[in-house]
Ligand binder design. Structure first.
Ligand code: JD8
Length: 388
């Protein structure tokens, strides 16, 4: 790939030679050419700007130097990238698109911008891409050109040592990055999550996926499909006809539990359809459907204990591909709100090594009161019901 830059601050782009692009040049993957726009001026002051037609503050970059530069650089058929706050958003898909081009020519503006006729002229002889780095104002196009160059060059075939790692990145997977850790295992009172040192790759992958989803839901819900946004979810009472889908969702969700607890002897995993149907008769059960698909469920019933009536909550299920977006919280809160006035506490169980679930329940105010010594525990969690 050949990259050309037109700018009145060529030294601003020296960084190109330092970082990634520099290595790509060494590898012969890239040709970098930085040009000072003043090269194509002919007056003693090497003037590149003038006052704006129509008045107003600031100066505008004149068209003539650009015209001569574009001629000398023979940009016909190339892709001319013009960073501008008025451009389309620069995104990973656009970076992938630009990485397929043979040649990119960056026009770096300054002052109030570049005379519009330059862009109109470019569009007659090349592919014009006016693009913005983000919704904030910079003083010129150079910083944006540097960032866009890095995002594009690292996608060039043969450039990233381990291309596979590209796939897992934010904005490639559609989710934000999961948290990362390295040695030491403890630092200033902060521990590395034990699951990451468990060697259980299934559990590690589930944890990372969970954290990535949670972060995305928290920080960038716009990245999540509409179906995954809380405002879209309607919790309804389950009916007999839901049994088949409930059984299927139950199997899918408890396979994940079996993985993270490294234990297959979990009751929910061994229930048959009839057990699910029977459960519908013994528990109040709710479901959430999105576009007709059953994506979540929870059930509850009262259980008498020596310490009074508790509201037993169970089978809290969220479709694995929709986890980490708050649906579990919506279902748990719905089940809690359905508790009879006579109940003194909520009680639920989860795998003793289901750290993601344990973390979520503790965040919801539950505390572990017992870890049974059966398969995968389970851990028993309770939350007192405050006066209603
Ligand atoms: C090119 C001149 C400065 C912009 C008057 C401040 C991109 N995401 C982005 N923010 N700002 C830019 C950008 C700013 C530029 C130029 C890109 C050329 N300026 C101007 C208009 C208001 N001054 C950008 N990509």
């Amino acid at each position: 790939m050949r990259l050309d830059y037109l700018t009145i601050f060529p030294e601003y782009l020296d960084a190109l030679r330092l970082s990634l692009p520099g290595k790509a040049v060494d590898k012969g993957l890239l040709e970098l050419h930085v040009h000072d726009l003043r090269t194509w001026t002919h007056d003693r002051h090497r003037t590149v700007d003038d006052t704006p037609y129509g008045g107003g503050a600031g100066m505008v970059l004149k068209p003539e130097p650009f015209g001569e530069a574009l001629d000398e650089l023979a940009v016909d058929g190339a892709t001319v990238v013009v960073p501008t706050p008025a451009g389309r958003p620069f995104t990973q898909p656009l970076a992938r698109e630009l990485a397929t081009r043979e040649r990119l020519v960056f026009l770096c503006g300054r002052y109030e911008g570049i005379d519009q006729r330059v862009l109109d002229h470019v569009a007659t002889r090349a592919e014009l891409v006016e693009v913005s780095l983000g919704d904030y104002v910079l003083n010129g196009g150079e910083v944006a050109a540097l960032a866009m160059t890095e995002a594009v060059v690292r996608l060039l075939p043969g450039f990233m040592g381990n291309a596979a790692s590209l796939v897992e990145e934010s904005h490639e997977s559609g989710l934000l990055e999961h948290p990362v850790y390295t040695k030491p295992a403890a630092w200033r009172g902060h521990e590395v999550p034990p699951v990451l040192m468990s060697g259980n790759h299934g559990a590690i992958a589930a944890w990372r996926h969970d954290r990535a989803l949670a972060r995305t839901a928290e920080r960038r819900p716009d990245l999540l499909p509409a179906t995954a946004v809380a405002s879209e979810w309607v919790v309804e009472p389950a009916v007999r006809a839901d049994a088949g889908e409930l059984w299927t969702l139950q199997r899918a969700c408890w396979v994940t539990e079996a993985v993270v607890n490294d234990e297959l002897r979990i009751p929910a995993l061994h229930e048959e359809l009839d057990d699910v149907v029977a459960g519908l008769g013994e528990w109040r059960t709710w479901v959430v459907r999105v576009d007709g698909r059953l994506v979540g469920s929870v059930r509850a019933r009262t259980t008498a204990t020596e310490r009074g009536e508790v509201w037993e909550i169970g089978r809290l299920m969220v479709a694995p591909d929709l986890r980490g977006r708050g649906l579990g919280r919506v279902l748990l809160e719905h089940a809690e709100q359905a508790a009879p006035g006579s109940a003194t506490a909520y009680r639920l169980v989860t795998g003793a090594r289901s750290e993601a679930n344990l973390r979520r329940y503790k965040r919801a105010g539950y505390r572990v009161v017992e870890v049974q010594d059966g398969p995968a525990g389970p851990a028993v969690l309770v939350k007192r019901i405050s006066a209603r």
